[in-house]
Design a protein around this ligand. Structure first.
Ligand code: ZN
Length: 457
């Protein structure tokens, strides 16, 4: 077969040894004491990119932990330029006593590498480096132009990445983006993640009298901010249908198509087990949609916290001066956090009972939703390759949460990223005894080679 397969097979034990060496660097981005280790991991990655045949390799400073860049741009202008992303920082490893082997002294047991970062994301991000090395060694060139960008602060929320990516737009310019950080559906089933939800949060504050009052002296004379707030909140969602009743809330929502619904229905889901696992008597959500459709493809509004009045033991006959509620909405394309904030503000104004005032405070953490357009070429290529290497078409899924780097790339580089990673959610990511399956380490190398070949036509 192809020369790169032989190269990968012949060098697999070296690659495994290198992965162990990489995991041995305790690049914990959250802990100031490990700052030099994150830098050391960056240098390791830079060296390894050079070893694989990448050019223009550089450790790039940010205001925090550095990033690493490298490229190979000789496929010609008629070939696409592919940007591959991953991260070399890891989560803290404590509690250390719960690990069967020390987190930074990785071991191979039962076909898996055990160590902090083995799966998230050192094993994952190392895979495409090995694939380009194999392609270059076997064929002397790559089928497409390739750029790599690896960050060292993903596990602390990438605080310096927005200005960094904005400043590096030219260097990172590309036609397609693949993230080597992400998850497959299970050890032997692939998935293609088509959508991520956005987020917006507000606090609604309702105020009445200047200070708490005696409910016997003033109850019946003035309105109660806690009751008024409850009435406003209750008016935001229909108790039976689960529909959000804020005017205009659904206006910008891209509806699930028949095909979307078919793809979601293909993903196995056991409603009874789901309810049992969460300890609820039954599921609840927006009428007319399945649970998966609601979680993946429909916007939500959740009350996260409610404060006001007396909350101690026994009773206190108080008429509170103030009450507040924190609300977050998970958004879907093409909803915008700013517009949803305005709609909530207008709803509160319209539904506020007399005798109290209300204001809305916008909470930090806005994220735009992300939806891969139908027919997106990079996603289709990824789907074909996953079908080939897993022997079965991938599940087409979405995620109820947000992945900020994907929306950042879309905003700054104008490209929808595709998650193309070979980790699995059961590999104790962020927990003791993190591991990575070596079978998927090897499978991922084939997949990245085939992906680049497919993209090169
Ligand atoms: Zn990760």
């Amino acid at each position: 077969m192809s020369g790169w397969q032989d190269y990968l097979d012949q060098h697999q034990s070296r690659f495994e040894a290198e992965l162990l060496e990489f995991v041995r660097i305790p690049s914990v981005s959250a802990m100031p004491g490990h700052m030099q280790d994150v830098k050391r991991a960056a240098d390791w990655v830079a060296d390894r990119l050079r070893g694989a045949g990448m050019e223009h390799v550089a450790v790039l400073p940010t205001t925090g932990h550095p990033a690493v860049y490298g490229d190979w741009l000789h496929a010609g202008p008629d070939k696409p330029t592919v940007l591959i992303y991953g991260h070399f920082d890891v989560q803290p490893a404590d509690p250390f006593e719960l690990w069967d082997s020390p987190p930074f002294q990785p071991e191979i047991r039962q076909g898996c590498v055990f160590g902090r970062g083995a799966s998230d994301d050192k094993g994952g991000m190392f895979i495409p480096i090995l694939s380009v090395e194999a392609l270059l060694q076997a064929g002397g060139q790559l089928p497409v132009n390739v750029k790599f960008i690896f960050e060292g602060q993903e596990e602390i929320g990438s605080p310096d990445m927005p200005p960094f990516i904005a400043a590096q737009c030219e260097r990172l310019a590309c036609d397609m983006i693949f993230s080597a950080d992400g998850l497959q559906w299970s050890a032997d089933e692939a998935q293609l993640i088509m959508g991520l939800k956005g987020l917006v949060g507000v606090e609604v504050i309702v105020e009445g009298p200047a200070a708490d009052q005696h409910s016997g002296l003033h109850g019946g004379g003035i309105n109660n901010p806690l009751m008024a707030l409850s009435q406003v909140l209750a008016s935001m969602k229909d108790a039976q249908s689960g529909r959000i009743t804020i005017d205009g809330f659904y206006d910008d929502v891209v509806d699930l198509t028949v095909e979307d619904k078919e793809q979601i229905a293909r993903v196995p889901f056991d409603e009874a087990a789901y309810c049992a696992r969460l300890g609820v008597p039954e599921a609840f959500g927006e009428e007319g949609y399945t649970i998966r459709e609601r979680i993946w493809g429909r916007p939500t509004l959740e009350l996260n916290g409610l404060t006001g009045g007396y909350q101690g033991d026994g009773s206190k006959t108080v008429l509170p001066a103030r009450a507040s509620a924190k609300i977050t909405c998970r958004l879907v394309a093409n909803q915008k956090p700013e517009r949803i904030t305005e709609l909530i503000r207008a709803h509160v104004e319209r539904h506020l009972p007399p005798g109290v005032t209300a204001r809305i405070e916008h909470l930090a953490g806005d994220a735009d939703p992300f939806l891969v357009p139908r027919g997106h070429n990079a996603t289709q290529a990824a789907g074909e390759v996953l079908r080939e290497v897993y022997g079965e078409a991938p599940y087409v899924t979405r995620v109820g949460g947000s992945i900020p780097i994907m929306t950042l790339f879309l905003r700054e580089l104008g490209v929808h990223g595709v998650m193309f990673s070979f980790s699995v959610g059961d590999e104790n990511l962020h927990a003791p005894n993190e591991f990575f399956r070596l079978a998927n380490f090897r499978r991922g190398q084939t997949a990245y080679c085939r992906l680049l070949e497919t993209l090169g036509g």
